[in-house]
Structures are given as structure tokens and as C-alpha cells.
Ligand binder design. Structure first.
Ligand code: TYM
Length: 338
């Protein structure tokens, strides 16, 4: 078997901790929906990843449904994609253990996200947070996924996944696992904080004004964009003129991603415009694209039983792909099964 004999298949996931923000939508969910129909698509709410830091149990359950509602509201169709939550498919945790025994401590020590999240007190971080990238490799390789759409911050983890696949294949003299490609494309691979264009937009930022939440209503979306930090200059003649203007660059990228055009096209349209012109145009565009999703998300969340049913069905379909791959992995490693 060579790499190109693997059936093209997409896998990606989102953590159910702290709610969804615009970066999750533009950098991930919107692109996941766009890949539906192009090839087989498997999308997950990665609840086992969320518990690498403390989660209140009731909030975790609610957050899992919220991410599922976000996927559905953005256009993910459970008849076209497999949609499930990770903990329902136990093969994720089982393959992760095998990969814990393949990955090297030195590799884990280089993971920048662990360093960022554990901060100065790494001794007190959970062992799960440290091993997190190995579980992520298991998520991907359990489906022999060939393509993984993610934001820029996950690139290193997908590269580690390739290293784990490669070492496994080498150690066991096989070509069982594919070399997965990270798919990091478009203008929204790194959406930045609205109050500080040098920081990534995230769910955990201190002020709510820093981010747009997918559950924000139309007025809140418009207010946050109109109050977003900018510089005194008008928009430049070319995209190169956005270099060293992180806040301006971010708002142009957000506009481009929402309008499905390139940053060059945004600049062609708004070159020379001041913020008094551009920000209201961006706010109108964002409200027209995001407010209906927020409304649909709330509707889905009003019917948690339906979300649970969709996730349970998705898990059944996920197991049909995952279980044979896990079983074969056990055979390759020499683990006896009945
Ligand atoms: P998570 O839950 O932090 O983020 C989910 C997805 O959203 C993207 N994203 C962003 N994209 C652009 N700009 C931003 N500001 C921004 N913030 C978040 C992330 O890059 C990601 O694609 N470890 C992963 C979840 C995961 C996973 C997987 C992903 C677990 N297993 C297997 C792919 C394949 C994470 O914590 O993403």
C-alpha cells in the first residue's frame, strides 16, 4: 500500500470548552462544511481533549451539544458527514495508548501549545494535557484520514501525527497509516483578537469584546466590530501595505473570509477608505452571515434530545470505520484478541 491508495477522507475536530468563537467558524467549521461532498467527511466534538483541563461536568455536556449545534447551524449535514462526540467511540482512547508508546517524550517537549497552555507551572499540568497531541494523532489516524482542515495553530500537531504514523510504519515494517495532509487554506487560518491584533482570537481571552462568539446576536456582533481596535491610517492600495498593521490585516481577513473573496479583492474594493466606511460595511456583512447561524444554533440547542440522537447515530457510523482499523493495529502490534 502506498500513500495514494488511501481513500480520500477528511477528519477534524473541535473542543467543547468555553463556547465557539469566530476563529472556530472561519478557520474550521465553515471550511468543514465546504468540504462536504468533495470526499468522505468525519467531524468530531473532541470531549476527551476538553478534559485535559478541568471542566465542570454539566458545562461539558452542554458545551458538547453547543459545538454540535454550531456544526449543524453552519450547514453540516449529518446525512453527508459523520458527526459524533469522541468519547462515544472508545477506539480513540485505545489507539491513543498505542501512540503514547510510539511517540517520544522529546517530540512532546517541542509542542508549543502545551508550553502555552501549561504556562510557567507545567509540573501541575495534567498528564493528559501533555499527551494530548498523541490522542489527536489517534483521532486522525483511526479513520486513515488523508486531509485534516485546521487553523494555523494546529499545524504542529498534524506534523506530529505524520511523525507518529511514520515511526509506527517503520517500527512495524508496514505502510498501514497514511501521511495525513494538514489543509490550512484561505484568509482565515489565524483570526486575531479584536482588541490586540498580535494575539489569536480564542475562547479563553479575558474580555468578551476581544472575540465574536457564535452565539452573539446581531447587535453584539455589530458593536464588537465597530469597536474593534484599528490604527489611524486608511486602507492601503495593496495587501502589502497591511504588513505591520495587525489589526487592519485582521479585519480585512475577516471580511474576505465572510464574503468568500480574497484579501486582494477586499483591498481593491476599499483601498483609501477610512475605518468610518470599512467598519460599518464589515459589521453589516458579519451580521448578515453570522446572525442567522446564531439563531439556528439556539434552535438546535432548544432540542438537546435531537442533538444527542444525531451524535449517537454518527458514533455508530464512526465505529464502522474505526473498529476495523483499531483491530488491525492490535494485530500489527501483536496484541492478542479473542
Ligand atoms: P480547537 O478546539 O482549539 O479549535 C478548533 C478549530 O478551530 C481553529 N481555530 C482557529 N482558526 C483560525 N483562527 C483562530 N483564532 C482560531 N481558533 C481556533 C483551530 O485551528 C481548529 O482547527 N486540538 C484541536 C482539536 C482536535 C483536532 C483533532 C483537530 C482534536 N483532535 C483532530 C483536527 C484533527 C483543538 O484544540 O482545536
Amino acid at each position: 500500500m502506498t500513500d495514494n491508495t488511501f481513500t480520500p477522507r477528511v477528519f477534524s475536530g473541535i473542543k467543547p470548552s468555553g463556547g465557539l468563537q469566530l476563529g472556530n467558524y472561519l478557520g474550521a467549521i465553515k471550511r468543514f462544511v465546504g468540504m462536504q461532498g468533495e470526499m468522505e467527511t468525519v467531524y468530531c466534538v473532541v470531549d476527551l481533549h476538553a478534559i485535559t483541563v478541568w471542566q465542570d461536568p454539566a458545562e461539558l455536556a452542554n458545551g458538547t451539544r453547543e459545538v454540535a449545534a454550531g456544526y449543524l447551524a453552519a450547514g453540516l449535514d449529518p446525512t453527508k458527514s459523520i458527526l459524533f462526540n469522541q468519547s462515544r467511540v472508545s477506539a480513540h482512547a485505545e489507539l491513543a495508548w498505542i501512540f503514547n508508546c510510539v511517540a517520544r517524550v522529546g517530540w512532546m517537549n517541542r509542542m508549543t501549545q502545551f508550553k502555552d497552555k501549561a504556562g510557567s507551572n507545567a509540573e501541575k499540568a495534567s498528564l493528559g494535557l501533555y499527551a494530548y497531541p498523541s490522542l489527536m494523532a489517534a483521532d486522525i489516524l483511526l479513520y486513515h484520514a488523508t486531509h485534516v482542515p485546521v487553523g494555523d495553530d494546529q499545524k504542529q500537531h498534524v506534523e506530529l501525527t505524520r511523525n507518529i504514523a511514520s515511526k509506527f510504519n517503520h517500527d512495524f515494517k508496514t505502510d498501514f497509516f497514511p501521511m495525513t495532509e494538514p489543509v490550512i487554506e484561505g484568509s482565515a487560518t489565524r483570526i486575531m483578537n479584536l482588541r490586540d491584533g498580535t494575539q489569536k482570537m480564542s475562547k479563553s481571552g479575558e474580555s468578551d469584546m476581544e472575540r465574536i462568539n457564535m452565539l452573539d446576536d446581531a447587535d453584539t456582533i455589530a458593536k464588537k466590530l465597530k469597536k474593534a481596535k484599528t490604527d489611524p491610517e486608511p486602507l492601503p492600495e495593496t495587501v502589502d501595505g497591511l504588513a505591520n498593521r495587525p489589526e487592519a490585516r485582521n479585519l480585512v481577513d475577516i471580511y474576505a473570509a465572510l464574503a468568500d473573496i480574497t484579501p486582494e479583492e477586499v483591498i481593491a474594493q476599499y483601498s483609501g477608505a477610512g475605518w468610518g466606511t470599512f467598519k460599518p460595511a464589515l459589521a453589516d456583512l458579519a451580521v448578515s452571515k453570522l446572525a442567522p447561524i446564531s439563531v439556528a444554533m439556539k434552535q438546535h440547542m432548544d432540542d438537546p434530545a435531537e442533538i444527542d440522537r444525531i451524535l449517537a447515530n454518527g458514533a455508530e457510523k464512526a465505529r464502522e470505520i474505526a473498529d476495523p482499523i483499531l483491530n488491525k493495529t492490535y494485530d500489527i502490534v501483536g496484541l492478542l484478541r479473542s
